[in-house]
Write a protein that binds this ligand. Structure first.
Ligand code: K2U
Ligand code: NI
Length: 183
């Protein structure tokens, strides 16, 4: 079972690497890693397990965060009472809206211990393609918080941290033509 000791922190070079494509069909080893990542995200949202194992709650996790520079992400998020739970190999944003969105409360990251305030501009809608644990191609059309989570996680595969997107001069500068999303 993954825990916080497996999660590398800001400053570790792996977080700034471009992660490598996973060969498909995925190996048993890669499948196990991705299953463990999804299990972490699920466990972290259980107050009992989170406190018992000292897990910081997360709604997503990318393999570089556990020092594995491979293109694998896990997302487990409830939005408007709908649960989206995905473990994907080689996720890719294949199209996106012009319109932007952002979390009104800003973003955090399991690999960043301190809070870094500011608006993080994201695409309001994205279409993501990837391969699931069974090796099947999936295509997801996402908006709202799920769209933000997937962009946050796919950024991790490209060595991008959420705070890279924050306006340095004015972190809370209103983002034009953007939807503010309350968590
Ligand atoms: O990748 C990660 O570090 C997990 C991130 C995912 C995330 C952060 C901000 C916005 C979207 C995704 C977080 O630690 S998950 C914590 C969290 C929980 C609920 C809402 C937002 C962030
Ligand atoms: Ni993160």
């Amino acid at each position: 079972m993954l825990s916080m000791k497996d999660i590398i922190r800001d400053g570790h070079p792996t977080l700034r690497q471009i992660a490598s494509e996973v060969s498909i069909p995925p190996s048993e080893g890669d499948q196990q890693i991705l299953k463990d990542m999804l299990e972490y995200v699920r466990n972290s949202q259980s107050p009992e397990l989170a406190s018992r194992y000292g897990l910081r709650p997360g709604i997503g996790l990318a393999a570089p965060q556990i020092n594995i520079p491979k293109r694998m992400i896990a997302v487990h998020v409830t939005d408007n009472n709908e649960l989206l739970s995905y473990a994907l190999f080689n996720p890719k944003i294949v199209s996106h809206s012009v319109q932007r969105s952002y979390l009104a409360a800003g973003e955090g990251c399991l690999s960043v211990d301190e809070s870094i305030p500011g608006f993080v501009p994201r695409y309001a809608k994205v279409t993501v393609k990837g391969t699931d644990l069974e090796g099947k191609e999936v295509k997801l059309r996402l908006k709202g918080l799920p769209a933000i989570v997937f962009q946050h996680e796919i950024d991790h595969l490209n060595g991008i941290m959420f705070y890279d997107h924050i306006n340095k001069q004015n972190p809370f500068l209103p983002i034009e033509n953007a939807i503010a999303i309350e968590r």
